[in-house]
Design a protein around this ligand. Sequence first.
Ligand SMILES: [Zn+2]
Length: 138
Amino acid sequence: MSAAPTKNLPVGTAETAEYWAGCKRHELLIQHCTDCAAYQFYPRILCTACSGRSLQWVRASGRGTVRSFTIVRRAVSEAYAAEVPYVVALIRLQEGPTLMSNIVGCAVEAVAMDMPVEVVFDDWPGGVTVPKFQPLSR
Ligand SMILES: [Zn+2]
């Protein structure tokens, strides 16, 4: 009777449009302040370190470490049922900012604190591309 459940898709804003465009090109973009040299994520109109407006988009290394994580074993809705178990993690990028994402490319039990990871991109139906992280391949 009802349509198939759908995932929650990110909704872009004026501040995040460039970030999502970068994801689509498989580039992880963060903001860099040319006044104080701070990096920041998520995207904002002001620098969180100096309140300046001299922000530019730069391509992040895509590498970081796992700062915290949880293993999701019960899907939040039917739309995610096929994906459990999966890992939701906070990744601290080499540049400093922290972002929330998933760890993929390994068993959920293999994820550990301070694990080195690198970004990969997941192209979803509907034209949205999201960054995820996998164990760093050296
Ligand atoms: Zn600044």
